[in-house]
Design a protein around this ligand. Structure first.
Ligand code: ZN
Length: 111
């Protein structure tokens, strides 16, 4: 389910993100972004990852991996882009067939 809330997004991510996925919601910064097919597909990949890890383990893993990568590289943007969930989503968000062919726990390939 897609929601639009600039305020909520800013509260959670500062000015960092245009969208965030908190199953079952995808929250966008603006209505315009609904037309961004790649972004929506990116967030749909996160929805699938979140279900696979029963939500709570996704958020825990995401936070721990981000922190570990940030400690290593001291670069917020780099740490974010190297999280396995983000790597899987960014490398496949332009593929319309990806979610139809994706195997369970595919994010593990991007660790
Ligand atoms: Zn993402």
């Amino acid at each position: 389910m897609i929601l639009v809330s600039k305020r909520f997004l800013k509260m959670l991510t500062g000015n960092f993100a245009q969208a965030i996925t908190l199953w079952p919601f995808v929250i966008l910064k603006s209505t315009e972004l609904k037309k961004d097919w790649t972004l929506i597909n990116h967030e749909r990949i996160h929805l699938r990852q979140q279900i696979e890890l029963l939500l709570v383990f996704f958020y825990l893993w995401y936070a721990i991996e981000f922190l570990a990568r940030w400690i290593i590289c001291r670069d917020t943007n780099k740490a974010y882009h190297h999280i396995c969930f983000e790597k899987e989503a960014y490398l496949n968000d332009n593929n319309p067939e990806y979610l139809n062919t994706r195997k369970l726990f595919s994010f593990l390939k991007y660790l």
